[in-house]
Unconditional design. Sequence first.
Length: 540
Amino acid sequence: MLTKLARVGLTAAAMVLAATTFALAETTATPAPKLLAQASPAPTASPNPFTYRGYVRAYDFTRQNAYSGYNVPSGPGGKANQSTESNAIGLHADYKFEQSGFYVGGSYVYANPFNQCSDPTTHSSALPGPCGTKSVPPGLNPDDTLPGFEMSTLYEAYAAYNANGLYFKGGDQVITTPWATAADTRLKPISFQGADLSYRLTPNWTIEGADYWQWECRTCSNFDHGTLLTVVNPGGYTYSGANALPTTVYDPTETPLNNNGFIYGRLGYVGPTSLPLTANLYYYGFNNIANLWWLNATLPLGPSKLRPYVALQAGDESAPSSDLLGKIDATVFGLQAGFYPLTNVLLSAGFDSIPVRTDTITLPAGYACNVNTHQITPTSSYKEATFPYFLPGGSAGTAQCTNLGGGRANIYYGGIASPYTDSYAADPLFTTGGTQGMVDRRSPGSSVKVAATFTSDDRQFVAIVDQEWYDYSNPGYATSTNSTGFDVQYFFSKVPKTGLYKGFSFRVRQFSRSATNFAPPGEPIAGLFKYGRYQAEYDF
């Protein structure tokens, strides 16, 4: 850890020096002359219609992979650990047309890990190259969730209107909705290409509709029609549709499954002071994937010094077997409660439940339900086959099936398909942790999360400790995991009202995850998974 802190610390020092240079380069404004006693008041200056902001971010990411699946132990021959350090500069600008409600804006980011790996295709295991992901322990692979290659993208370019209760934004934009969000936990946020329109019907009610037809992932430099459940890897060489069965044959001709984004609707309610209930009903139409209804609500419980609150979430998602990911049938219900036992400390606890679904089917030719692992596996050298169900994640994960003999099996499914948060740990479930949640596992089950958050009086120091427990047991076998997270952030000095400096912060996040009772017959117990994030950021 000290080595990682030193690496980020050196970058942070360089950022401070750069910030000082920027500040010294600013021209000191000439003091305004004092007004004479009888002079008329000076006219009020109009706000500058052009505004900008930006950040410089240094980020070091390490990942310990304790196992890589069945019969593949850690150590020589197993899956190598991963490490990447990268640096980014981001710029954003807006121009408001005076007294009209119209404005335009854009955002750009450039990131470079300074490892001579400018092209993401060099990280594909299918191609030779100095940046390829072929290392075995004790070697290291790059971590392309950061990523470990260059990025350069204008990820926002939009025109917008906001006045008289009407809001519209069209173009490339960062959005914040429960199941399609910015997920800005690396070097750049996710962005979407489309149009959003909302209108405040009354002081309490708002209606919104949107259509987003492309997206740009947080490690991408271009917009495309892929999703996290249908797209290929960054090198563009291996198909990774979420309902693809395992294969023993590599097929370089496979292409990603494309779709046309999603449509979105929201009905929002904000209650009066006497009943400060906040609630939203959402609809997501994920093109050729699924339809999702989502409800969330939060209610503070009175004026107590403890500031207690309760929150609820519920969802229903469905799709026929003919859609891109096969049959989807998921429901979820969650509750959360919290209070402040001390002025600076928030304690919270959440619960989510996703019931398991079971069907009895005949498996595709060339595949069988493994009687030991309860995973669907190839019986010979078959190319990838699609499967008419959205299955839980395999490879030391939730059981997918029980073998009934004669090529028949019970299939276990019911997980939520989330095209724009899957594997990002960015979904809205109360129990999602820093490394994974039930949505990332694509699994039914139940889960609990408890967390404590401390915020200093001057708001310069924030610390979060959380613990999650996940039970993915089904008739195939019993399996569960637990996860622990630590997140500490310190803001070095208060932000002045004027000047280039808008903040400097350092953040350390540590996560660990382990399987607690997963051990199918003849298979090893899954080991401990860890990762650490070390981030320094200067805002201007």
